[in-house]
Design a protein around this ligand. Structure first.
Ligand code: 5GP
Length: 173
C-alpha cells in the first residue's frame, strides 16, 4: 500500500460542496443547468454536488484522458464525446475533480463551444494553481491545494483509491 496522508476530510469536503451548490443556485436561480461530469474522477463530486443542488438540473458525462500514473501524457484524448442535442442552447457547468495544468478544462470549454451552448462554466473541486501551463481559471473552486499528487473521492492512482470518502496525498518517503 502506498504511504498517504489525509488532506481534506469527509466533513470539510461535504460542507464545501454544499456551499458550492448554493453559489451555483444563486447564479442560475430557476434556469436549468446541465452538470457535465468529467469521467471518471469527477463522479463522486458530481453526485454530491447534484444531491445538494436545489434548482432544475440535468446530468451529462464526458470522458477524456491525459494521465497515466502520476504523469500527464500531455495529450488529451476524447474517449466519450457529448451529443449536440444535449448541449445546444443549454447552460453547461463542466464538473471536474482537479485543475492541474489547466489543459483538460481549457480543451473541454473549447470543445463544448462547437455545440452552441447558451453558456459554459467550469467547477473544479481542487485547484493546483502552481502547476498551470495554460491560462485557465475555473468559475467555481472547492479547495486550492499545493502541488501534491492527490487521491481519493474519485481521484485515482492507476485506478486505485477512488473509493476513499476523503482526499489524501501520496507521500514519497
Ligand atoms: P490538467 O489537464 O489540468 O493538467 O489535468 C486534469 C486531470 O489530470 C484531472 O482530471 C485528473 O484526472 C488528473 N490529475 C491532475 N492532478 C492530479 C492529482 O494530483 N491526482 C490525480 N489522481 N489525478 C490528477
Amino acid at each position: 500500500m502506498d504511504k498517504m496522508e489525509i488532506l481534506i476530510d469527509e466533513e470539510k469536503l461535504q460542507s464545501r460542496i454544499k456551499e458550492i451548490a448554493r453559489e451555483i443556485k444563486k447564479d442560475y436561480q430557476d434556469e436549468e443547468v446541465v452538470f457535465c461530469s468529467v469521467l471518471k474522477g469527477a463522479v463522486f463530486f458530481t453526485v454530491d454536488l447534484m444531491k445538494n443542488y436545489t434548482g432544475p438540473c440535468l446530468l451529462d458525462c464526458v470522458r477524456v484522458s491525459s494521465y497515466e500514473g502520476e504523469n500527464s501524457t500531455g495529450k488529451i484524448t476524447l474517449k466519450l464525446p457529448l451529443k449536440k442535442e444535449n448541449i445546444e442552447g443549454k447552460n453547461i457547468i463542466i464538473v471536474e475533480d482537479i485543475v492541474d495544468t489547466g489543459r483538460t478544462l481549457k480543451y473541454l470549454v473549447e470543445y463544448l463551444q462547437e455545440f452552441n451552448p447558451k453558456s459554459v462554466k467550469t467547477c473544479a473541486l481542487l485547484d493546483k494553481k502552481a502547476r498551470r501551463t495554460v491560462e485557465f481559471n475555473a468559475d467555481y473552486v472547492g479547495f486550492p491545494i499545493d502541488d501534491l499528487f492527490v487521491i481519493g473521492y474519485g481521484l485515482d492512482y492507476d485506478e486505485k483509491y477512488r473509493n476513499f470518502p476523503y482526499v489524501a496525498y501520496i507521500k514519497n518517503n
